[in-house]
Design a protein around this ligand. Structure first.
Ligand code: BTN
Length: 226
C-alpha cells in the first residue's frame, strides 16, 4: 500500500488516471482541496479546503478489474461500515454508488478507468460542512459534522482510518465476491421506492425489490422483476 498526500490538486481521480502506469495496485491519493473535482456524469464536485474527505485508490489487480461491477458497491459497503463504527445510524447505500444517512447524501463514489488495464475508485465524503445552502443540489446533503452536533473532523485522521479499512479489506480478500451479499441487501436505500432507471437505452420504471448477488438492482415493473 502506498499513500500520496497533496495539499491541492486538480482531482485525485484525474491524477491516478494520468499516472496509473507509475503506481501499483492499492495506491491511495488524498488531498485537502481539489480545483477540478468531478462527480458522475461530469458534474462538478466542490468542497472548501479541509471540508471533505477526498480520496482515490488505484486497482490494477486483474482479478479485481475483471469483477469491476462489484468494486464500487464493495467500496460503498466498507464506507457504510466505517460510518457505522463511528456511531452514525441509518446509513444506507443508494444503488449504484451513493451513501445516504436519513435521506441525505453524505458520500459519492466515482469509478473510472480503462478495462482491463486499471480502475480508479474516487470517494468524496462530506466531513465538516455546516450546511449546503449555496450548493443548489439535486438531493439533500449532510456531513459528519451535521450528524454529530457540530463536532469537527480531522481530514487527515479520517482519511487515514478509511484507507486502513479499505486497504485491509482488499489485502485479505480471497475472491469471495459474495461476502457483502447480505450486508448490501440490508443497506439498500432504494428498497420499496419507485424508481426510473435507464439500462442500455431501455427505460425501466417500478418498485425496487432488492439488490441481487451480482449487484444488480431488481425492479418490479408491475409485470415482472427486471
Ligand atoms: C458522485 O456522487 O457523483 C461521485 C463523487 C465523487 C467525488 C470524488 S472526490 C475524490 C475523487 N476526485 C474527483 O474528482 N472525484 C472523486
Amino acid at each position: 500500500m502506498r499513500h500520496l498526500k497533496f495539499k491541492e490538486i486538480d482531482s485525485t481521480n484525474t491524477y491516478l488516471k494520468r499516472e496509473y502506469q507509475n503506481f501499483d495496485n492499492l495506491t491511495f491519493v488524498s488531498t485537502s482541496f481539489q480545483t477540478n473535482g468531478h462527480g458522475r456524469f461530469s458534474r462538478e464536485w466542490f468542497a472548501k479546503e479541509d471540508e471533505s474527505l477526498l480520496l482515490s485508490y488505484l486497482i490494477k489487480d486483474r482479478s479485481l478489474i475483471d469483477n469491476f461491477s462489484y468494486i464500487s458497491m464493495f467500496t460503498a459497503a466498507l464506507i457504510v461500515k466505517y460510518l457505522e463504527d463511528k456511531g452514525i445510524k441509518n446509513v444506507a447505500i443508494k444503488w449504484p454508488n451513493d451513501i445516504y444517512v436519513d435521506g441525505s447524501k453524505i458520500c459519492g463514489i466515482l469509478l473510472e478507468g480503462e478495462i482491463p488495464h486499471y480502475l480508479v475508485v474516487g470517494i468524496g465524503l462530506n466531513l465538516n460542512q455546516s450546511n449546503f445552502n449555496n450548493f443548489n443540489l439535486r438531493h439533500p446533503a449532510t456531513s459528519l459534522k451535521m450528524l454529530s452536533n457540530g463536532k469537527n473532523y480531522s481530514q487527515e485522521d479520517e482519511t487515514k482510518s478509511l484507507i486502513n479499512v479499505i486497504n485491509s479489506f482488499w489485502d485479505n480478500f480471497s475472491n469471495d465476491w459474495h461476502v457483502f451479499d447480505n450486508f448490501i441487501k440490508n443497506h439498500n436505500y432504494l428498497k420499496n421506492m419507485r424508481v426510473k432507471v435507464t439500462n442500455q437505452a431501455i427505460k425501466i420504471e417500478g418498485i425496487v425489490e432488492d439488490i441481487d448477488s451480482e449487484c444488480n438492482l431488481l425492479i418490479n415493473n408491475g409485470k415482472e422483476i427486471v
